[in-house]
Write a protein that binds this ligand. Structure first.
Ligand SMILES: CCCCCCCCCCC/C=C/C(=O)SCCNC(=O)CCNC(=O)[C@H](O)C(C)(C)COP(=O)(O)OP(=O)(O)OC[C@H]1O[C@@H](n2cnc3c(N)ncnc32)[C@H](O)[C@@H]1OP(=O)(O)O
Length: 414
């Protein structure tokens, strides 16, 4: 007890417990020296936010939004938006969660949060940009070329490289712009399409898709479903089906050797498109999971056609209908993966091999790919169109809505 009291006292004196109460969900101060922040400090923080070099992520942006509203308007005083108005409901929830926090305390929390973000965005990034970094379409996707290889790297490691339709805002965007861009604009899917189109015409003989961090990709970002456009769910489903079809078409039509360097687990659409790659190298840590039924959805990426062809109809059904997760070794035995490498040597071995392959005559490789793939293209486009149409319906189903709501409320994980 004495030890605990001593530690408590030391914490108190070192300022750790300066603010005696906290709102647990957001980790916010609600008392103590909060009253000392002036309107000027607050205005400075609002300006400072515009200079951030890195996207703080949607969760932090929501906190900032809520604190800004509380600091300027006081406790939430507007009616709760409807169930399907996901975005406004999420914003309302964040603001409402601040309860009766005073305007002064909200100002203090806002200033503290911005100053923390500014400090961390000034420290050097752990992944320094490669010297040959070419066209960063956004921070979520990094495209580099070198050694005869163009590498398209999914770069949202904190979200397991989920494919978002929300844009990573670049530096110098005002809070209003940051918030408005939370909703719609160019997406990671569009960035990948653009990167593939550029790579199809560039000098590199080989193109690679890989991920940053411990995941290859966790599939479609399920929070994409919260961005309801003006036309409501029907419009969201319609435009998403068009986006999906265009996205998959780029893989079907890609003219050069396309290699997946699967650096960790892969989920959903990042698994299904593998059937459209020429070669798939995987670390032994990778797993392959298509939980479409769990999500009330259905197969895409031409997997309803390529998977039965690659692994036989019954193995394909176990993955696509029942969501059986394959280990890297199983995926290799079933033909989805070309070769599995020990995680400790994965990067070294794979890149050395790809560098050697990239020295092969590029035209010969393109022509060989054409002969192998061309007779299937028409069929693949038809399958892609059909899968996208079926998904359009699925996205409006209760099964799908409930599964997404469940993930968003953190009740379910795969
Ligand atoms: C209608 C709108 C669509 C518009 C676009 C259409 C375009 C085509 C769409 C094609 C259809 C695609 C289908 C699919 O891909 S289905 C597969 C979807 N993916 C999932 O269901 C995976 C969900 N994630 C998880 O189950 C777990 O996060 C996972 C097992 C991947 C990892 O678990 P772990 O415990 O290791 O890590 P965390 O859960 O703590 O994850 C860290 C943070 O990352 C967030 N995260 C991870 N994956 C996703 C995701 N797919 N969507 C959204 N967010 C994701 C996770 O929430 C954590 O975030 P926080 O730190 O903020 O909590």
């Amino acid at each position: 007890m004495a030890g605990f009291a001593g530690r408590l006292a030391r914490c108190w004196y070192s300022g750790f417990l300066r603010s005696p109460l906290q709102v647990p969900a957001l980790g916010l101060h609600v008392g103590g020296p909060a009253m000392q922040t002036s309107q000027k400090d607050f205005n400075n923080a609002v300006s400072q936010l515009k200079l951030l070099k890195e996207d703080p992520g949607n969760e932090v942006k929501l906190k900032l939004y809520a604190l800004y509203k509380q600091a300027t308007e006081g406790p939430c005083n507007v009616p709760k938006p409807g169930m399907l108005d996901f975005i406004n409901k999420t914003k309302w929830d964040a603001w409402n969660a601040l309860g009766s926090l005073s305007k002064e305390a909200a100002r203090q929390n806002y200033v503290d949060l911005v100053s923390k973000l500014s400090a961390s965005s000034e420290s050097p990034s752990p992944e320094a940009p490669a010297a040959d970094r070419k066209q960063p379409e956004s921070d979520s996707l990094v495209v580099t070329s070198g050694d005869g290889i163009t590498t398209i790297r999914l770069n949202r490691p904190t979200k397991k490289n989920a494919l978002t339709t929300q844009v990573t805002p670049s530096a110098r965007e005002s809070i209003l712009l940051v918030l408005s861009r939370l909703f719609h604009s160019k997406t990671m899917y569009h960035d990948i399409i653009a990167a593939l189109q550029a790579a199809s015409k560039d000098e590199s003989p080989i193109t690679v898709l890989t991920g940053s961090g411990d995941y290859f990709c966790s599939g479609n970002d399920l929070t994409n479903f919260t961005s309801l456009p003006a036309g409501g769910p029907e419009e969201m489903a319609r435009s998403s089906a068009v986006l999906l079809r265009d996205f998959v078409n780029c893989f079907i039509d890609f003219p050069k050797p396309l290699v997946a360097v699967v650096n960790g687990p892969a989920v959903g659409i990042s698994v299904t498109i593998l059937g459209l790659f020429d070669v798939v190298y995987a670390t032994d840590r990778a797993t392959f999971h298509t939980p479409f039924s769990h999500l009330g959805q259905s197969p895409e990426g031409c997997s309803s056609y390529t998977f039965p062809k690659i692994m036989g109809s019954s193995k394909a059904a176990e993955m696509l209908l029942f969501g059986k997760k394959l280990t890297a070794q199983e995926a290799c035995a079933q033909g989805l993966v070309t070769e599995v490498f020990p995680d400790s040597t994965f990067q070294k071995e794979v890149w050395a091999r790809l560098k050697a392959y990239s020295k092969l005559p590029p035209n010969a490789m393109r022509i060989s790919k054409q002969i192998i793939r061309d007779r299937e293209k028409e069929k693949l486009h038809a399958v892609n169109a059909e899968e996208s149409n079926v998904l359009r319906e699925r996205w409006l189903s209760d099964e799908c809505m409930n599964a997404i709501a469940s993930f968003l409320s953190r009740k379910s994980k795969l």
